[in-house]
Design a protein around this ligand. Structure first.
Ligand code: FAD
Length: 387
């Protein structure tokens, strides 16, 4: 079930195998402990970096691998199938901060920040959300005020994935004034590093799932950011963030498919082993139908995702299909992991077997980088925009 319906090239298959080998050797032995103890292992980022997996979409001129989107998503699915927490690190870094720098950064910013990020030496994070600004991200309140050759940022960013260990954070803040609010066009993007005066890491979230991924608040207390670290044009930060999220959602879709696939594979094995009423439970049609539906949803989600990635690489607009992919894959992950627990019965409800963790890890895919409700809003809006 791990092979794609749309055929992979030889190079894609080789990278898939590299990702699989890496996940088996470097993630599988630790996943359970990271989940149980809520451990974020920064060293995994370094190992992913050494493989080139933190610069997959960055051109070779900026020290990346310069791969196409589908190849990146194939690798990401393999990582997610073993450890969804590592997958979110890989997805955020590859899809959000590095893509924002690549697309909107100056040449000096690319040389200074993008290159070490693409080499995997520096880890990138993305700070858009705030405690009171989630789905309605344009209502964010962190304020940036110009002071000579610096901007001074004050506010709290929430839910920042690996924000306490990131070397570079792409943070969105308001550059409009309280007297002249400009809505989404009053937001700018800044390149923040943790050594800047006024930066501190706040509350660490104690999460239901994805417990090997760190999620923190970042506190900007008159954080002094050089004017040279404004990304692109002032007032365009929200637009840059939304355009990057179009790509980010493909990463979350691949993560979701990895989680769902793992739950399916565990279920197929378990149903062949578990005996009740004198036979393996896979002999019961009720179980067969569940497995069939699980496999169908995984295959459909992956096929839509790979087709969307191919469209993106052909330069086509993918806002609607990206949202469809994220919506379908994340709901597949939640549904498939729920069925997996049912197939395991009581053994699915305890931590001894991996499907319990997969179920908890799946839930967040319906929430971050735009909830399922927000994806449906985007899809419906695009229906009217294109009709
Ligand atoms: C583990 C984790 C990691 C994250 N990582 C990052 C990160 O790295 N960087 C970052 O910036 N953010 C990150 N986030 C934040 C994430 O993107 C937000 O949680 C998400 O956008 C939802 O915002 P919210 O939690 O404030 O929910 P709310 O926006 O308060 O939504 C609550 C409910 O209301 C619904 N709702 C809201 N508006 C509407 C509407 N107009 N119509 C219908 N329903 C609506 C939502 O769908 C949801 O069901 C992360 C979150 C989590 C949980």
């Amino acid at each position: 079930m791990s092979w794609a319906l749309i055929p992979l090239s030889e190079e894609q298959r080789a990278i898939q195998q590299t990702a699989r080998d890496f996940a088996d050797a470097e993630l599988a032995p630790f996943t359970e402990r990271w989940d149980r103890d809520g451990v974020f292992d920064r060293g995994i980022g370094e190992k992913l970096g050494a493989l080139g997996f933190l610069g997959m979409l960055i051109p070779e001129a900026y020290d990346g691998l310069g791969l196409d989107t589908c190849t990146y998503l194939v690798a990401l699915e393999e990582i997610a199938a073993v450890d969804a927490s590592t997958a979110v690190l890989m997805s955020v870094h590859n899809s959000l901060p590095t893509q924002m720098l690549l697309r909107f950064g100056s040449e000096a910013q690319k040389q200074a920040y993008l290159k070490p990020m693409a080499r995997g030496e520096w880890l990138g994070a993305f700070a858009l959300s705030e405690p009171d600004a989630g789905s309605d991200a344009a209502s964010l309140r962190t304020q940036a005020v110009r002071d000579g050759d610096h901007f001074v940022l004050t506010g709290v960013k929430a839910w920042v994935s690996h924000g306490g260990h990131a070397d570079v954070i792409l943070a969105m803040a308001r550059t409009d004034t309280p007297d002249d609010r400009k809505g989404a066009r009053g937001i700018s993007a800044f390149i923040v590093t943790p050594d800047m005066p006024g930066f501190s890491v706040g509350k660490k979230e104690d999460k239901m799932g994805l417990r090997g991924s760190e999620t923190v608040q970042l506190v900007f207390d008159e954080l002094r950011v050089p004017v040279a670290n404004l990304l692109g044009e002032a007032g365009m930060g929200f637009v840059y963030a939304m355009q990057s999220l179009d790509n980010g959602r493909l990463g979350i879709a691949a993560q979701s498919i990895g989680i769902a696939r793992a739950a399916l594979e565990h279920s197929v094995r378990y149903a062949a082993e578990r005996q009740q009423f004198g036979k393996a439970i896979k002999e019961f049609q009720a179980i067969q139908f569940k497995l069939a539906d699980m496999a169908t949803r995984v295959a459909a989600s992956r096929t839509l995702l790979h087709a969307t990635a191919a469209a993106k690489d052909r330069g086509l607009p993918i806002t609607q299909y990206g949202s469809m992919s994220k919506l379908m894959s994340s709901e597949t992950a939640m549904w498939v992991t729920t069925q997996a627990i049912q197939i395991y019965g009581g053994y699915g409800y305890v931590k001894e077997y991996p499907v319990e963790r997969l179920f908890r890890d799946a839930k967040v895919t319906e929430i971050y980088e735009g909830t399922s409700e927000i994806q449906r809003i985007i899809i419906a809006r695009e229906l009217y925009a294109t009709s």
